[in-house]
Design a protein around this ligand. Structure first.
Ligand code: ADP
Ligand code: MG
Length: 238
């Protein structure tokens, strides 16, 4: 059974139709990348999955459950944002613990979850520091830690590396791939960067003008592009 099913998702803002009949079946523990040019609807689709934006029509299922009308916190989905959105006055520990404090989780379980996330992200030595004392890559890891502690079934990433310089971006790609195998979670990752998509994805969704051009493995897209757009887009990295 596919973990994350999108069924005929449409979205309009006023008279502007930005998503056209998007249906996708994303498998359990898959790393799926949505790639496409700026303005093609990647963020809107991700926000609809997260429950931060309402679709005009269509439904979303996680496992057997229809989550279309569920509040964001009840979907078992966690979104890592492009901007770090960390609290500068709180320690790394408290930044990671924040969603659990909001839930009023008992202290022992909270401590255990924060320490586990810190271990996975190699932040154990940094827990007492403030975000301002960290590198860009470490700050990004804190933001991811905040998602990990909630034990989501699905992680969503919206261009998480676009603020980083090229060298760090390369390192973080490797780290995120490792994180995916360590966490055994389903991940949906948005980028406009073809190289990122081709190197990180199990399968890629190529979006253009709010439509799915193709959904397939990097090799399928490369060797058997379904449309001219896919051939041009995958063939011409930035
Ligand atoms: P991407 O993430 O691929 O760059 P977006 O999903 O952000 O694309 O945007 C897709 C289209 O929807 C764009 O034309 C954008 O201008 C429009 N759009 C996004 N959010 C809104 C909004 N809140 N109100 C009106 N139009 C929007
Ligand atoms: Mg976007």
């Amino acid at each position: 059974m596919a973990t994350l099913n999108l069924n005929a998702i449409n979205k309009s803002f006023g008279s502007a139709k930005v998503l056209h009949d998007i249906s996708l079946a994303i498998e359990d523990k898959e790393f799926v990348v949505f790639v496409g040019p700026s303005g093609c609807g990647k963020s809107t689709l991700l926000r609809i999955i997260a429950g931060l934006e309402e679709s005009t029509s269509g439904s979303i299922h996680i496992g057997d459950e229809d989550v279309s009308d569920a509040a964001p916190v009840d979907r078992g989905i966690s979104m890592v944002f492009q901007s770090y959105a960390l609290y500068p006055h709180l320690s790394v520990y408290e930044n990671i613990a924040f969603p659990l404090r909001v839930q009023k989780m008992p202290k022992d379980e909270l401590e255990e979850r924060v320490q586990r996330a810190a271990g996975i992200l190699q932040l154990t030595e940094k827990l007492d520091l403030k975000p301002g004392q960290l590198s860009g890559g470490q700050r990004q890891r804190v933001a991811i830690g905040r998602s990990i502690v909630r034990n989501p079934k699905v992680f969503l990433f919206d261009e998480p590396l676009s603020n980083l310089d090229a060298a760090l971006r390369g390192d973080m790609r490797v780290e995120l791939s490792q994180l995916h195998s360590q966490l055994d979670a389903t991940m949906v990752y948005v980028t406009h960067d073809q190289v990122e998509a081709m190197t990180m994805a199990d399968r890629i969704v190529v979006l253009n003008g709010g439509k799915v051009e193709q959904f397939g493995s990097p090799m399928e897209l490369y060797h058997h592009p379904a449309t001219k757009f896919v051939a041009g887009f995958i063939g011409q990295p930035n």
